[in-house]
Design a protein around this ligand. Structure first.
Ligand SMILES: *[C@@H]1O[C@H](CO)[C@@H](O)[C@H](O)[C@H]1NC(C)=O
Length: 997
């Protein structure tokens, strides 16, 4: 497997400008004793003419790319030699070392070198027979008369190809040079470090692939424009020219597997050379979960099949259809999808389904064995347990042991099932079908990308540890804009051991450095990606509505907009510092998601303010309406800007509709959120001065349904009390216009301790608004008292409103350390525990950036570990309260919507306050045995959180909350304790974290 030595060297090397993500650094742009190419001397590449055509093709990429990087075209020596005799052509240039390429068993260069050099003989023996392994390093005297060579030998075709692309990545060529227009980094000379190995493999996951899916409108319209020569038959031109771009990208990402586009495409038919080309490149072809036997369904069936898609009714035709598919695929490397899905094809009675499906699989195995003329168990096959098919498995259906069981996520990134103990030694093993893109309930997810790396990392980490590592395939929609997610997915699949949960910042920085080449900007770019991804992973754009983030409580909406605004300005700064050649890549990968993300968020939040302000008789209603209209226009401008890049290279790629969902399916046209307007010449009935306050939807003076329950003759407003432990140490009053009449105002406090940040101002026009901040001078309040102060706001037109606030001078006993209640709430980020205790070597771990807030915690992944309630690893949180409801408090745990992946052992946690008996809670109900997701599922995946509440005895005072692990896989990010009933106001993210003393 992985040589620890190579990782050690990577760690010792200085921060490289030369890198392949996650790999050691073997190349250098500073002089070493081994030059591969110098300022004056081009590189030399040796390859054996008998090697795989796909290796030759990659060698030509090496030649072309190195020419772009160094300005000098490498010379390829394409030698024909016997295994034992040298070829006189093998003449290294005097001051450089050759790059020697070869595949074990296919290249006489390898055989010859193994005979001349004992070092190489041993190294070759070490990789021989392995899957996609390779030697990649400087070898001294690789053959007689050659002092040294940079050897790239693979155990098989892809083992060599990955070595070539890894070399190029280090030399300054991003895998995304074409798909995201990442510029070649220019270096006139390239050297190799002695004594460092970039040897690789076997990879952590055997088949690493993508599914191009949901490919209309963006990808399909782009393909029609770019690959059609103007004539499009009945189906879009997903031909070998288009797929060559995909195959090459996959190989550069060290991936090997593809499910092709199938909405209105038939890979094996639309271009008869598609399958050949995939194999020539080195890509293993498959078809999706619902397309058995390597044939596009239903497209091909509709074209070539006859009769019903129903095994019992139409066996002969289906068998012939599938036989043709296997014959067509047989010359090439493929994985055959078994089974059959479809609504019209299965009997209603459930037992009948399983029996039928088992007969279908048996017939498919016979077909495979007949076509290959050998046991079906030697041909790669998979059975995908997607949606209801998992139900069949749960109720006992099995396939032969050699078939890979492909478990799935819930289409929202939560894996439904992991191999149980007795399933881990199947010869076929298991895999995971995962989603970045999805069409379906509760909403499509087709436009943006969250790059939710902490979640992918955790879920896929579970998959690897539980042995689901034969296939990882991810639904990437249109490929763009999932570039970063895909890059990480493949980097992780290639080697899960070097990317821990704490390495995601390192990953992003390496990524940013590789793509943008700037040591100084890379950390900022990495941080921008992390921040926009975090904001996007709180909710898909398709699910936004105008009141999702609270407009009045916890300053939630304005906090979110503040984060987006900071991102836009920081991204503008980076963009202004990047050379022109980097602009297209930067726009696609970083700037577009930021400006488009900010804009869609602003669109909805402003629409929310628009409605709220109208109800409050504020003239700023119209300003917000204008803003919504402008943002709606700007959304189109941003799309057009993307489409206009590089003379339209990516035209159509952002044409996915995303605004104005009415149900789960994409709208056929974007529509703007509803807005309203107020009359411009009319003044609000009570006069032009409008007063609104923090944490209330009401407005004063005059009547408003949100002022008090009866909605008229309500008392003047108050703002929530401040205590020394309030997370935000001030409250606000907003003064705004209720009509076109300008006015001036004054504000005064009736007590010395209540401070105002401004005491007068003017509202010169209808769009003006000002905030007065109220804070407390605690030294002027006696400890333990809770006086009320009153602020009076007067307009020069004679209007007057009073706002009251309590200063609640609470204290905690000296020596107390922990979270302190304020406003009836204790809110805790789970990573801020007081104590953590391991059990049997397993403890809770912090998952940085996981979830909607700061981070999350989860029991370290320890396969099959589970504990009785109260016996497992425990996190303790000390907290202090002043209230209770009849001696009780409620505790709401915000956890990730992870599914119950272990049959018979649902994911739970156990929770206790002080030394009371722990209560066990199961956040996610079980799936039905028919494979239906639990009914809460569509709500909790949409919000990316499950909130579960327990009640505990806790009189006011000091307490300890204990969170016990019971099952691996539980993830929680926030705990909210309510000590006064109803004190937690609506918000999307929950109350801000309490003060910890
Ligand atoms: C080397 O020669 C073989 C046989 O003539 C040819 O098929 C192959 O494309 C050549 N390779 C390169 C890299 O030029």
């Amino acid at each position: 497997m992985w040589s620890p030595l190579s990782i050690l060297f990577a760690a010792l090397a200085p921060l490289p400008s030369v890198l392949a993500l996650g790999g050691p650094t073997c190349l250098s742009f500073k002089s070493t004793q081994y030059a591969i190419t110098t300022n004056s001397q081009a590189a030399t590449i040796w390859i054996d003419s008998s090697d795989w055509p796909g290796v030759h093709r990659a060698a030509i990429d090496l030649q072309n790319d190195l020419e772009k990087v160094t300005g000098k075209r490498p010379v390829i020596l394409n030698v024909t030699m016997s295994a034992t005799t040298s070829n006189s052509n093998l003449d290294a240039a005097s001051n450089t070392i050759p790059i020697i390429i070869g595949t074990v068993g296919k290249s006489n260069l390898v055989s010859f070198a193994s005979q001349s050099s004992t070092t190489l003989k041993n190294k070759v023996a070490a990789i021989q027979g392995k899957w996609e392994a390779g030697i990649s390093e400087v070898v001294k005297n690789p053959m007689a008369g050659v002092t040294a060579g940079y050897v790239i030998f693979g155990s098989d075709k892809r083992g060599t190809i990955y070595g070539i692309y890894d070399f190029l990545e280090q030399a300054g060529v991003s895998p995304w040079y074409w798909w995201s227009d990442v510029p070649y980094k220019n270096h006139s000379a390239i050297y190799a470090f002695p004594n460092v190995t970039c040897s690789h493999g076997e990879p952590s996951v055997k088949y690493r692939g993508i599914f191009i899916n949901d490919e209309q409108p963006a990808l399909t319209d782009w393909v029609i424009e770019k690959f059609s020569n103007g004539t499009v038959a009945n189906r879009p031109p997903f031909n070998r020219f288009m797929y060559s771009k995909v195959f090459e990208l996959l190989l550069r990402l060290k991936a090997n597997y593809l499910w092709p586009a199938m909405w209105n495409s038939a890979f094996g038919v639309d271009d008869p050379l598609n399958q050949f080309t995939a194999d020539y490149y080195g890509i293993v072809m498959g078809t999706s979960h619902q397309e058995p036997m390597l044939r596009s369904s239903p497209v091909e069936w509709n074209q070539f099949g006859s009769g019903q898609w129903n095994w019992d009714a139409n066996q002969a035709n289906l068998a012939k259809f599938w036989t043709d598919g296997v014959k067509r695929g047989a010359p090439y490397e493929s994985i055959y999808t078994l089974g059959m899905r479809g609504t019209g094809d299965l009997p209603v009675d459930e037992t009948g389904n399983i029996d039928l499906l088992q007969r279908v699989v048996a017939a498919q195995r016979d077909i495979i064995s007949n076509v290959f003329n050998k046991s079906a168990s030697t041909v790669p096959q998979m059975w995908c347990l997607y949606k209801e098919v998992q139900g069949y498995y749960q109720r006992g259906m099995r396939v032969p042991d050699d078939v890979i069981l492909l478990w799935t996520d819930d289409n929202w990134g939560n894996i439904r099932r992991l191999p149980a103990h007795d399933e881990r030694n199947r010869t076929g093993g298991a895999g995971v079908y995962y989603h970045f893109d999805y069409v379906g309930s509760p909403r499509d997810n087709k436009w943006g990308s969250a790059h939710n790396l902490p979640k992918f990392h955790h879920q896929l980490g579970l998959a690897k540890k539980y042995g689901a590592d034969k296939i990882w395939i991810v639904n990437v929609g249109d490929i763009k804009p999932h570039e970063i997610s895909l890059d990480f997915f493949m980097t992780y699949a290639w080697n899960t051991t070097i990317w821990s949960k704490d390495d995601l910042d390192k990953y992003r920085k390496s990524w940013a450095l590789r793509e943008f080449g700037s040591d100084s900007l890379a950390p900022t770019i990495a941080d921008l990606v992390k921040r926009f991804s975090h904001l996007n992973s709180r909710a898909k754009v398709e699910l936004y509505n105008s009141t999702m983030y609270s407009l009045t409580s916890y300053r939630e909406a304005e906090g979110v907009m503040g984060e987006w605004d900071a991102l836009v300005s920081s991204s503008n700064q980076v963009s202004s510092q990047l050379p022109a050649v980097y602009q297209p890549a930067y726009f696609q990968l970083v700037h577009h998601p930021i400006i488009a993300g900010r804009n869609t968020q602003a669109l909805y939040i402003d629409a929310g303010y628009n409605q709220l302000y109208a109800s409050q008789a504020r003239s700023q209603t119209n300003q917000k309406a204008d803003a919504v209209e402008a943002n709606f226009e700007y959304d189109e401008d941003i799309r057009d800007q993307y489409h206009g890049l590089l003379n339209g290279k990516w035209n159509h790629m952002m044409s996915q509709t995303h605004l104005g969902y009415f149900y789960w399916q994409q709208p056929m046209l974007n529509s703007m959120p509803s807005i309203t307007r107020v009359q411009k010449r009319q003044t609000a009935l009570p006069g032009p001065m409008r007063i609104t306050v923090e944490d209330s939807k009401g407005a004063w003076p005059g009547d408003n349904s949100n002022q008090c329950s009866q909605g008229y003759n309500c008392p003047p407003p108050n703002v929530p009390a401040l205590t020394p432990y309030s997370p935000i140490q001030n409250r606000y009053i907003e003064i705004s216009a209720g009509g076109p009449t300008p006015y001036t105002w004054t504000a005064s406090s009736n007590v010395g301790w209540l401070k105002l940040n401004q005491t007068s101002g003017s509202i010169p026009d209808a769009y003006a608004g000002q905030r007065v901040l109220l804070s407390v001078n605690w030294s002027a309040v006696p400890v333990g008292t809770s006086p009320t102060g009153v602020v009076t706001i007067k307009s020069n037109g004679g209007q007057s409103v009073t706002v009251s606030m309590i200063a609640d001078y609470k204290t905690v006993p000296s020596g107390f350390s922990g979270f302190v209640e304020s406003g009836g709430i204790v809110s805790i980020q789970t990573e801020h525990y007081s104590r953590s205790t391991a059990v049997g070597g397993v403890s809770w771990e912090v998952l940085p950036q996981y979830g909607r807030n700061l981070s999350a915690v989860s029991p370290a992944i320890s396969v099959d570990a589970r504990w009785a309630p109260g016996a497992g690893p425990v996190l303790e949180y000390d907290f202090y309260t002043y209230n209770s409801v009849n001696g009780n408090i409620t505790v709401t745990v915000y956890s990730a919507p992870t599914l119950n992946t272990a049959p018979g052992y649902p994911i739970t946690y156990a929770i206790a306050v002080d030394n009371n008996t722990p209560i066990t809670v199961q956040p996610m109900p079980l799936e039905t045995d028919r494979g239906d997701l639990p009914s809460i599922w569509s709500v909790v995946v949409a919000e990316e959180v499950i909130r579960t509440t327990t009640s505990h005895k806790a009189a006011p005072g000091k307490h300890t909350l204990k969170l016990f692990a019971t099952e691996i896989g539980f993830v929680t990010e926030k705990i909210v304790i309510e000590t006064v009933s109803g004190s937690v106001a609506y918000s999307y993210l929950g109350p801000p974290e309490s003060v910890k003393v």
